[in-house]
Design a protein. Structure first.
Length: 369
């Protein structure tokens, strides 16, 4: 590891493995993957990634041992407490990043900024929050006071194969958080909370029709920052038509919103897993209510990773933004310090890292209307 930048990736799931492999493709970095899931860690080791065992939950001393000598840690395991890992990282002298969609956890990490010193805390890296937040922040910085912005993101199977039109791509826990927690938005210039799965509409992208509806977590930091500065800001998830009706049947008609453990088990066991996915990103803006719409659109497809193995579009997108953030945080001159909220580092800065090239809308083909 001599001369290289040591980075610990906590969590050996699809996202963790993709981040570790992308970092390992750069001779400047020496990533190590650790996980409490022995089977996942063995799978990562078999694929050639450097791994180190992690005994179990609550093993504070072992966590500190893993962090010793690391320049940065990237938390991808949603079962671990982000504030606990972040505090340990600061005490061990390393930067903290995560790819979690846990708004409560992100707030707890942000509260540690006062003791960060010369180190960075960067919760909410990855796709959304993360890359999409950075895209939206760049556009919002140029927006008029009455502008209305809707951000659409869809992580979908490349082809619809069931009535729900969905698969276990990103993780069921994150999905349920998005679908059941209040959504932070800007309405008529004011910060507001709305119910998830509302504001439904139909959107056509690339000649295909999708349904869109409000979900939580992805733009919270931007909503707080731009309240009073823009007319409207909302985040919506894209799905194949019919998905929303089925989810409302499960959550409302069957009452599973009060028994999420049952819905989690149902979706985890019933939905197929796939690496053949697509990521759709679209942002719609109006300079003022009733003004012409201006759209930006982008699509990412599954493609082989650096080792030639199949890699999902969502994992690659998550890894590209996260690795670019690791790159900028660990190599910046002068060094960055303190809290880096989602959207604080925009595309112009992210382009300084070659990891961002996979995502860069300046280098990829826009999705046609």
């Amino acid at each position: 590891m001599s001369g290289k930048i040591p980075v610990l990736v906590l969590g050996a799931g699809r996202m963790g493995r993709r981040i570790a492999r992308m970092l390992a493709s750069d001779a400047r970095f020496a990533p190590r993957l650790s996980s409490r899931d022995a089977d996942a860690l063995a799978l990562a080791a078999a694929s050639g990634l450097a791994t180190v065992p992690f005994g179990g939950a609550g093993l504070r001393d072992e966590l500190y041992t893993l962090l010793h000598g690391m320049r940065a840690v990237v938390l991808t395991d949603a079962t671990m407490a982000p504030a606990e890992v972040a505090r340990a990282a600061l005490e061990c002298g390393c930067h903290y990043l995560d790819i979690l969609e846990d708004t409560g956890g992100a707030a707890q990490v942000a509260a540690l900024a006062g003791i960060a010193g010369s180190l960075c805390l960067a919760p909410g890296c990855g796709l959304a929050p993360g890359y999409v937040t950075a895209l939206a922040a760049e556009l919002l910085a140029k927006s008029a006071p009455k502008s209305e912005t809707t951000v659409f993101v869809g992580v979908l199977p490349a082809r619809r194969e069931n009535r729900l039109g969905y698969a276990n791509i990103w993780g069921i826990d994150g999905l349920l958080d998005e679908y059941t927690n209040p959504c932070l938005v800007v309405e008529q210039g004011q910060l507001a909370e709305i119910a998830p799965l509302t504001l439904a509409e139909t959107v056509t992208l690339g000649g295909a029709t999708f349904e869109a509806f409000a979900t939580s977590g992805s733009l919270d930091a931007l909503a707080r920052r731009h309240a009073g500065k823009v007319g409207a800001l909302v985040f919506k998830t894209l799905r194949y038509p019919g998905h929303l009706d089925y989810m409302q049947f499960l959550l409302d008609d069957l009452g599973l919103s009060a028994r999420l453990y049952q819905l989690r088990a149902l979706l985890t066991t019933a939905l197929p897993e796939t690496a053949d996915d697509r990521v759709l990103i679209a942002i719609r803006q109006c300079a003022s209510p009733g003004a012409p719409e201006v759209w930006t659109r982008q699509e990412l497809r599954a493609a082989p990773d650096e080792a030639g193995a199949p890699a999902s579009a969502s994992a690659t997108a998550t890894a590209a933004h996260t690795c670019a953030m690791v790159d900028l945080i660990c190599t910046a001159t002068p060094p960055r310090a303190g809290l880096i909220a989602p959207g604080d580092i925009g595309p112009a800065s992210l382009r300084q890292s070659h990891f961002f090239a996979t995502l860069d809308p300046a280098r990829t083909t826009a999705l046609p209307a």
